[in-house]
Design a protein around this ligand. Sequence first.
Ligand code: SIN
Length: 530
Amino acid sequence: MKEYDFVVIGSGIAGLAFALKAARHGSVAVITKRKGADTNTAWAQGGIACVTSDEDSFELHVRDTLEAGAGLCDEAVVRAVVTEGPERISELAEIGLQFDKREVSGHRELDLGKEGGHSKRRVLHVRDATGKEIEETLLRELGRQSNVKLLENHMAVDLITAAKLGFATEDRCLGVYVLDEKTGEVETIRSDRTALATGGCGKVYLYTTNPDIATGDGVAMAWRAGVEIANMEFIQFHPTCLFHAEAKSFLISEAVRGEGGILRNHRGKNFIKRYDARGSLAPRDIVARAIDAEIKRSGAKCVFLDITHKPPEFIRKRFPHIYQTCLRFGIDMLKQAIPVVPAAHYQCGGIKTDMNGATSLLGLYAVGEVACIGMHGANRLASNSLLEGLVMAHRAAAAAVHRRPGGIQKVALPEWQSGNVQDVDELVVIYHNWDEIRRLMWDYVGIVRTDKRLQRASARLRNLQREIREFYWNFKVSVDLLELRNLAAVAALIVDSALCRKESRGLHYTLDYSQTDDRQFKHDTVLSRW
Ligand code: SIN
């Protein structure tokens, strides 16, 4: 059994920022499923929303966030994240991150981008690859810490809790079982402070802007450990994912619309104005629904994002990554509109935490996309998530350092029991179930919902979960099997949460209850196993 003062599961912005702060106070293990940089963060294009300009104010950023959140944000949390943002951003700069600047009247100032729902330009960015730069900067800094162990190709299987071990004390997290993908062995790692920073669950849907690692592992593990989960019905669909048979999950940043890109239908018409006066830069939920309706109405396969009216040198400099990637697929965005469709992008709900990232299980913290702290409410404002991850990692690490759970006996944790299980004999079952979940979630639990579709999804998911459970107990665990088990659990949580909300609000839109009902539903949807 290995032991660390802190265990962090996930290596995106929130996990790495937490690890760096915790490392000042003890030993840290960072567990990550693939390579350190295989994270949602590394794919983030737009940037970090933060008030840095004299023309902007904390008040405006708070107001925009609350407005996007459609009545469900926790204002105290929003204020804390917005006002603490600049200090955390300057820490990133101290370890070498350089945001883009531009020349204004003879001096250089931050080049601020604009995205949907923001009343001011406030998005700091590094060209159109902000997340990648942040990820590399944080990993570099992590590599300088002698007391941090980065365990790549390791996947957390389940949290070890006092309740699961049968202790009659207050329940708490004691560590985690971790699969070493290279050896196929499950190791026991002990820690009385564990932070989940596993990101979101985009892979639960057929079409997503997320990388393959986004399989909802943190939420699923927390749920199995009896931790409260909130607001899982609020899945954000990004309006503009590249539509191309060979392109997998490639995002066309909202910053393209922020710089003047216009959404057109297959007839070349700027159609969003028919749905919302703000046009292509209306909030994401509205734009994604408008595209969905337009595609369904016209029978076209996609819509188009047109920025050809901008000077070619501007496009190449501001969007080098998008420009090059589109070119690879034979699309020259200097001359032609980019074909796009909406795709699952961000999980606004997650593991319920307090303002310091503490979950309902003692010793367990959750930070970043995996957590639901009340920042995003029913709809996240673009580019607020990297900011939230950074600020909350700081707050949670401070809380974990100062609130070491006391009073537990140093009992040895039981080793993982694999019993007589064998290697999975038919991988086809795993892949089939995986595809089935993703397709049924897309068809029945997508941008527009109905009770009937949700109930249908619920019934199928229960059957799939039964089958997966059998597999899990009878065969050796593998990353594929663990991911499938987690995907199924998270899909069921999304459906159950959506069935609870008999109204439309933010990202949850249902034809059966198309109005917002503040009287009955202006509250979080909190699910608990116990
Ligand atoms: C984007 O670049 O459009 C994504 C930004 C975000 O989701 O916050």
